[in-house]
Ligand binder design. Sequence first.
Ligand code: SAM
Length: 277
Amino acid sequence: MTEISLEQYRRLSQQIYQKLGLHFDEKKIYFLKKRIEKRMEALGIEEPADYLFMISYSDPHGVEMQALANLVTTNETYMFREYDQLQAFANHCLPEVLSNKQAIGQRSLRIWSAGCSSGEEPYTLAMIVQEVFPQAQSWQCEIVATDIDENMLRHVAVARYGARSVGEVPEEYLKKYLTKEGEEWVVRRRTAELVQSRHLNLNDRTDMRTMRGFDFIFCRNVLIYFDDLSRKAVVDHFYAALNPGGYIFLGHSESVGRSTTAFKLKRFESHLVYVKE
Ligand SMILES: C[S@@+](CC[C@H](N)C(=O)[O-])C[C@H]1O[C@@H](n2cnc3c(N)ncnc32)[C@H](O)[C@@H]1O
């Protein structure tokens, strides 16, 4: 197989940026080249120029770009990741939103886990919701889990996890919300039922416009792979997707304030959270 030249690498990463919003600079050249080569090998393509042509001009339905997306995304995740953020959610934001809803007789709660990977984050949220709000089952309560990677969405549907995924789950949650089967942990049915998964590209305007009426959005450790411009577009869509009074949680290193001033910053003890007024 002919080696991918620097110019071809730039054009391929440009295609990926346009379709997925993911920014691969020249520091990531080794990572991306390896994955593209793997894909070319699977297709029996020898020349990078042929692959470049295929992805640029003969992929009208995005099938090849989807196959590449499954290979180039980083899916690292585990349950109860970034615990202090989850505490702010459980102890302050969720009770506040629920009591506002109760005050106006609304019995629905909608949470979006955007970039959910194999599902550890949405199932964590489902456990917390049930813990904080045992009446969840009698409300219209849904946690929508979305990702671009189809392989990850298959994991979400199975809801079965290894030791690494559950290592940070507090003991009482482990007993209450998961059952052990051999070496694996399976999310119990009542918890799993709160989560619905679907394919969604955060960089696709049409996809994003279908997402409205959420009380919470979690998009943690996803936008670190975007650049300022594509990150801003996603955060603007999140703003539109949230109900007034709804909260957005990005990962620790990803500040909402860097992308927009539309959200209001709120402090709960030592936690800073962003809310749509
Ligand atoms: C590192 S995981 C984060 C998982 C979880 N949110 C967490 O914090 O543990 C990043 C996920 O974002 C997804 N992702 C990357 N680009 C995306 C895009 N354009 N649209 C939707 N999902 C995307 C990847 O497929 C991956 O599963």
